[in-house]
Design a protein around this ligand. Structure first.
Ligand SMILES: [Zn+2]
Length: 351
C-alpha cells in the first residue's frame, strides 16, 4: 500500500461519523471499497460489515468502525441538550468541542460552559463534569429541538479536522479506530488483482467502544481459524509518559499486544508470539511488544468465542487516544498492512 493511499483513506474515514450503534457511514464506505477489490460483502443484524475472498482456512481481520461518542439524555425547556458519554471520554476534553448531533439532519452543536468572567476563584479551579455540561445547537426551545428530530438517545459525535503535524504525523478525530479500518482497506487493495491463499474475511466491527460486542458476534458467525484484531495502541513520548510504562513508539511499526486488560482479556500464547515474530522477521520488521494493563481490543472478546479462537491483537501506535487530536505516523499504517499481509501469506504453511 502506497503511503499516499493510506493517508487519503484515513483522512476520508476520520472525517466520517460512526457513533457506537450507528456505524452505517463507515460500513457503507468499507462495503464499497471491499466490493471494488472483488470481495463478496454482507452485513449482519448489528451492522458488522464482512468482505470475503478466497478459499481455504479462514482468516478474519477485524477493525472496529465506531468512535467515542455521546447521546442526548434530555432537552431543556430552552433547547439545550444534556448528554451521556458512550465510551471513555475524559471530561475536560469536552469544553470547547464542536459536535455533530445526528438528528433527522446532522446539526452542529457546541459544548459550552459559562465564561470565566462569571466564575469565582474556587469555581475556576474545579473540573467541570460531563453531567453538568450542555450542548448549544442554536435553538431557543425544546419544541424547536424536537422539530429537528432530536430526542433522548439521538447520537452525538465530535466534529474534527485532519491536519499534518510534520511530514509523516497526522492529527485528527476517530483515528481510534479508522486507522484499523484503513489497514483493512489496504489489505483489500493488496488482493484486488489476486486471490488470497486463505478464505480472507475482512470485518468492520460495531460497538467496540461500549464493550467489544460486534467483533464477538462476527467471530461466532464466521468461526475463523485465525482471528486478528487491528486497532490503535498507546504510543509513549508525550510529557508524563515514560517508555517504562508504554514501550511502544510512533514510527516504529506495528505492536503486538501480548496481554490485554491486565490479563483479564486476551492472553497470547508463547507459540503464537514466536510465530508472529517470525512472520515480522520475514517482512524485515521488528515487531514492537506490549501488554496493556487496563485497555482491551476486540481481540479480548474474540479469543473467548465458541470453543476458543486462535487470536492476535495488532496495534498501530497512537498518541492522545480518545481525543479529537489523536496523532499517528502514517508510515506505521503502511507497515501494519505489510505485516498483516505477511500473516495471511504465511498462515497456510502453519500447522
Ligand atoms: Zn477506543
Amino acid at each position: 500500500m502506497i503511503m499516499k493511499n493510506a493517508e487519503s483513506t484515513l483522512k476520508t474515514l476520520s472525517l466520517m461519523h460512526a457513533p457506537t450503534g450507528q456505524e452505517d457511514e463507515v460500513a457503507d464506505f468499507l462495503e464499497q471499497k471491499f466490493k471494488a477489490c472483488g470481495f463478496a460483502v454482507s452485513r449482519d443484524t448489528l451492522g458488522n460489515v464482512i468482505g470475503r475472498k478466497g478459499k481455504g482456512r479462514k482468516v478474519m481481520i477485524a477493525s472496529h468502525m465506531d468512535e467515542i461518542s455521546m447521546a442526548v439524555k434530555c432537552i431543556t425547556e430552552k433547547g439545550f441538550l444534556k448528554f451521556v458519554k458512550i465510551g471513555g471520554i475524559y471530561d475536560p476534553m469536552l469544553i470547547g468541542a464542536r459536535v455533530i448531533v445526528h438528528a433527522s439532519q446532522r446539526r452542529l452543536g457546541v459544548v459550552a460552559s459559562k465564561a470565566p468572567h462569571g466564575m469565582d476563584g474556587e469555581e475556576m479551579k474545579k473540573i467541570q463534569e460531563a453531567k453538568d455540561l450542555y450542548i448549544d445547537i442554536g435553538v431557543s426551545s425544546k419544541k424547536e429541538a424536537e422539530k429537528l428530530g432530536i430526542r433522548p438517545g439521538t447520537h452525538i459525535t465530535f466534529s474534527g479536522e485532519f491536519e499534518h503535524l510534520n511530514e509523516h504525523w497526522v492529527s485528527g478525530k476517530a483515528f481510534d479506530n479508522r486507522v484499523g479500518c484503513t489497514v483493512n482497506v489496504g489489505i483489500a487493495e493488496a488482493y484486488a488483482n489476486s486471490t488470497p491463499p486463505v478464505e480472507l474475511c475482512l470485518v468492520g466491527s460495531v460497538r467496540e467502544e461500549s464493550g467489544l460486542f460486534g467483533a464477538g458476534v462476527a467471530t461466532f458467525a464466521l468461526e475463523p481459524d485465525l482471528a486478528i484484531a487491528v486497532d490503535v495502541t498507546h504510543a509513549f513520548g508525550a510529557p508524563g509518559e515514560s517508555e517504562e510504562d508504554i514501550p511502544v513508539g510512533l514510527g516504529k511499526g506495528p505492536a503486538l499486544a501480548v496481554l490485554e486488560g491486565g490479563g483479564y482479556g486476551l492472553i497470547t500464547s508463547n507459540e503464537m508470539v514466536a510465530w508472529l515474530e517470525s512472520v515480522a522477521k520475514k517482512a524485515n520488521m521488528v515487531l514492537q511488544m506490549e501488554i496493556s494493563e487496563r485497555g482491551a481490543s476486540d481481540a479480548s472478546r474474540m479469543q473467548y468465542i465458541r470453543h476458543g479462537m486462535l487470536t492476535a491483537s495488532i496495534g498501530v501506535p497512537l498518541r492522545y487516544m480518545h481525543s479529537q487530536v489523536e496523532v499517528v505516523d502514517v508510515r506505521d499504517i503502511a507497515q501494519t498492512v505489510k505485516f498483516v499481509q505477511g500473516i495471511i501469506e504465511e498462515f497456510p504453511k502453519r500447522k
